[in-house]
Design a protein around this ligand. Structure first.
Ligand code: URA
Length: 291
């Protein structure tokens, strides 16, 4: 007879190593699947004969943000090793080619949803592309979806998102006058930190995303976002509070690194610094004539 304590121990062990979501009714042997040829041709993204057709993409920015389950797929050989430099992996190269072809946000979102070069997609429930107004002058970029974002398919909708909304409201901003995305569109299991390989595989999509949106001001929320966008090694406590530059198609766009709302929830004393950074954003908006 199975002991309930053994089941609970097994459950706890899974939660501890980050397996906190059931993504299917039956267990999947990913190692066996990875050994089989992939069902997609890398260059076209088209399903191979006999493979299930991709879900049709709804049109329009709001419509495309409707949560669409990301179908778990086998890991492929194109995944980079964790110590590879950003952009050097086969997945990063493929991502750059696919993202570069997208001329609209809808096309970019479709390209991202059909991209299989990041293993996080296999464990995520949704691809989290963006929220807010893509015409907004201010674009905020966080780290990666958490549990709530993964379920709803939108960035910053959980507790840290609620705090972010309150912080933005203090300077007259909300989701109708800002645009929000993340470095990674898929949740890392158990909210662990993303690896360099995962960032390398997804960054070209975010870079193209920023190019297509062309915001007047950028905000990097948290260390992963700030370090990735600025290509810097220092932590967020050193980077925050000063305007930096992020180049978009040869033009520098002012970027303010800020503390992540999740960090502020754990360290409420740091809200003082976050408030200073919010005021710096408000002042810069006024200098740039942004309402
Ligand atoms: N944290 C992030 O960095 N992004 C989200 O979308 C949610 C939480």
């Amino acid at each position: 007879m199975i002991d309930v304590c053994d089941i609970l121990d097994a459950l706890r062990w899974h939660a501890d190593i980050g397996c906190d979501e059931a993504i299917g009714d039956e267990p999947t042997d990913w190692a066996a699947l990875a050994a089989r040829p992939t069902a997609r041709t890398p260059s076209s993204g088209a399903p191979a004969p006999g493979a299930a057709p991709a879900a049709a993409m709804p049109r329009g920015p709001a419509a495309t943000r409707a949560p669409t389950p990301a179908t778990p797929r086998p890991a492929a050989a194109l995944f980079a090793s964790p110590d590879q430099p950003l952009g050097a992996s086969e997945a990063g190269i493929q991502a750059r080619a696919r993202a570069g072809e997208a001329q609209t946000l809808e096309a970019l979102e479709a390209a991202l949803r059909s991209f299989d070069g990041c293993p996080l997609k296999a464990t995520a429930m949704n691809t989290v592309f963006a929220d807010g107004n893509p015409q907004a002058p201010v674009m905020l970029i966080g780290e990666a979806p958490g549990e709530d974002e993964d379920r709803q398919g939108k960035p910053f909708v959980g507790v840290s998102g609620k705090l972010l909304d309150r912080m933005l409201a203090q300077i007259g901003l909300n989701r109708s006058n800002v645009y929000i995305s993340n470095i990674l569109p898929w949740r890392p299991p158990g909210n662990r930190s993303p690896t360099q390989a995962e960032i390398a595989a997804c960054l070209p999509f975010l870079e193209r995303h920023v190019e297509l949106v062309r915001p007047k001001l950028l905000v990097a929320l948290g260390g992963v976002s700030a370090k990735t966008l600025l290509n810097r090694a220092e932590g967020i406590t050193r980077l925050r509070g000063q305007w930096r530059a992020y180049e978009v198609a040869g033009t520098p766009v002012p970027l303010m690194p800020m503390l992540h709302p999740a960090y502020l929830l754990r360290n409420p004393i740091a809200k003082r610094e976050a408030w200073r950074d919010m005021l710096a954003l408000q002042q810069r908006m006024s200098e740039e004539g942004i309402k």
